[in-house]
Design a protein around this ligand. Structure first.
Ligand code: 5GP
Length: 195
């Protein structure tokens, strides 16, 4: 995923030692070509896993989930962050503490779209402390579905989300892993390994 790393380096704005803003291609404006490659990247990694559904969280997970669904030929579901008049019962729900918004909210998925027959790939834009992914894992467990793993577009390797997921025996595949955002500089995991 060379293209993704280049985009992060070129367009990512480091806001602090722990937060990077990538609004120009992932979190506000979307780069469709990059999203296509992201979808193919996840599809390649999980091709043999028998996935029947992709599960993500609105709103920034939707674009990568949709493109991965297209590549794997399966539907993508996004958990909603608020209940609506048309989504009010017959739901799986979980509590998620948001790293960027620093507040807890309930996420919900209709029981119509996830069942014990499904094998699910969870996708998200970022992995920080793993709260969003664990909330989605909770929903997969409530449905009695099988979990193939978690796919992440940008993992912040200096936070403990990966460890929390691995501790639960969950496979984690990230397309880009940041090793540090210190001093306003983006560093990738491989850079450190090759030094
Ligand atoms: P976690 O739940 O793993 O602690 O945090 C992941 C969620 O927080 C993602 O869904 C993402 O929306 C948001 N997030 C965490 N860190 C960052 C970051 O550095 N930049 C951006 N843009 N979003 C982040």
């Amino acid at each position: 995923m060379h293209l993704l790393e280049e985009k992060i380096k070129k367009e990512g704005r480091v806001l602090s030692d722990t937060v990077i803003k990538v609004d120009s291609f992932l979190n506000h404006q979307i780069d469709p070509q990059l999203m296509k490659e992201i979808g193919e990247g996840f599809a390649e990694r999980f091709q043999q896993a028998g996935i029947t559904k992709i599960l993500t969280l609105e709103s920034s997970g939707i674009a990568p989930a949709q493109m991965t669904g297209l590549s794997l030929g399966v539907p993508a579901i996004f958990a909603r962050k608020r209940k609506s008049l048309t989504l009010n019962d017959h739901l799986y729900s979980a509590e998620v503490y948001s790293f960027t918004k620093q507040q807890t909210h309930e996420i919900s998925v209709s029981k119509d779209y996830l069942t014990a027959e499904d094998t699910v790939l969870i996708l998200d834009d970022f992995l920080a402390n793993g709260q969003a992914a664990l909330g989605l894992v909770d929903i997969v467990e409530q449905a009695g579905a099988a979990l193939a793993g978690v796919g992440i577009v940008i993992e912040k390797g200096f936070q403990d989300g990966r460890k929390r997921l691995l501790d639960k025996g969950i496979r984690v595949e990230s397309l880009a892993i940041l090793s540090s955002l210190e001093n306003g500089e983006v560093r990738f995991a491989e850079e450190e390994a090759s030094v």
